[in-house]
Design a binder for this molecule. Sequence first.
Ligand SMILES: Nc1nc2c(c(=O)[nH]1)N[C@H]1C(S)=C(S)[C@@H](COP(=O)(O)O)O[C@H]1N2
Ligand SMILES: [Mo]
Length: 436
Amino acid sequence: MTRDSKTPAPGGSPRLLTPSRRTFLKRSAAVGGMTMLAGAGVGEAMAAGDDNLPPNVPEWMKTLGSSVTAHPYGMPSQYEKNVIRRNVGWLTATEESSINFTPIHELDGIITPNGVCFERHHGGAPDIDPDQHRLMIHGLVDRPLIFTMSDLMRFPSVSRIHFIECPANGGMEWKGAQMDGVQFSHGMVHCCEWTGVKLSTLLAEVGLQKSAKWLLAEGADAAAMTRSIPLDKALDDVIVCYSQNGERIRVENGYPLRLLVPGWEGNVNVKWLRRIKVGDQPWHHREETSKYTDLMPNGIARQFTFVQEANSVITSPCPEKPMKFGKGFYEIRGLAWSGHGRIKKVDISTDGGNNWHTADLQTPVLSRALTRFRFPLQWDGRPMLLQSRAMDESGYVQPTIEALRAVRGLNSIYHKNSIHTWRVKPDGEVENVQIA
Ligand SMILES: Nc1nc2c(c(=O)[nH]1)N[C@H]1C(S)=C(S)[C@@H](COP(=O)(O)O)O[C@H]1N2
Ligand SMILES: [Mo]
């Protein structure tokens, strides 16, 4: 039954369903009465070349498998070779100053595996010897200090699960839909468990002077990327990280040390962190003047728009994952996140935003982390305009594209977090569209 429905859909909306055991059982397979949506009967499963299917014994049961020394560092199954980061050739002039995208449509839950976390570099990923890496903290401090990696690892540590999102995520679509897939429309985001030392701990070690108000964080890459960060945020929840999902940070995500600035635009999460300077005002470097600003319709650019506001997207179905089983049951799946804190609610529409239904949120719902939502749908085979709309604990609601454009105009690149629309066609194919 529909839940949280406001008004009847003009022309009728696809039927929504709260799954019951009965519905699932309808097309169960003939094997042991197990519940399945479209399982094959025993007879049907036997076709030519299906030697590995029941009732035969598959070939992998007839010989020993690989030894415990075969894979000292494990890799995904060879059958998962399409679950990879991908880049878009035309997007950037070089492949060093460039970006690739997380295959979010292939992932479950909320944690992004290290090998498929999107990468954004301005000068390529440096190969840093941790023994020759240092973090220097200087400027308006009582005791300027240089830390080795082992110094940093001796401090009290914390682990936190947070997303990092490039503010350019979705930025190619201010003027209209153009990315052919959710990997490219929304894949500049990942969510990992980050471990390190709180920046406040290190700042206490060096001793802040009274006039301290801003920090400059610098990376040890060829771009020497620098960003100004206000001291309140630095003292609140910023972490100087050395681990990502339990192991040392991957080279491409900042090995051996990166800054994690929870909920704030990816760019300030400086990778390959080598220096923090304490000052009394921002530095106005390249990445906070010519880039990572929001050009408003009146020609004035907003600067230091740090927070990644609430966003969400349906990751299944999507152009890469069409509804290819015809009418029937589908679980709509997706991700929501907010730089302001926890996701409070995600609504789903199948009719382009006329009616909204509340999705289930996978718990625990963590602050400034990806949140998995799910919604059961009984598809009647008619076209749909599928949307998700996130609301966070601050009460902020993800805007429509018109509402966002009304304020921001069309000159922006960054911080496009509008409600996304997938058009589902009767054949189940899914198209990226924008609707007025
Ligand atoms: N030193 C350094 N830090 C950097 C960058 C960079 O090019 N150099 N890119 C930034 C940008 S624009 C983003 S979106 C995030 C991306 O983090 P990731 O590569 O781990 O996904 O790193 C940020 N930190
Ligand atoms: Mo970025």
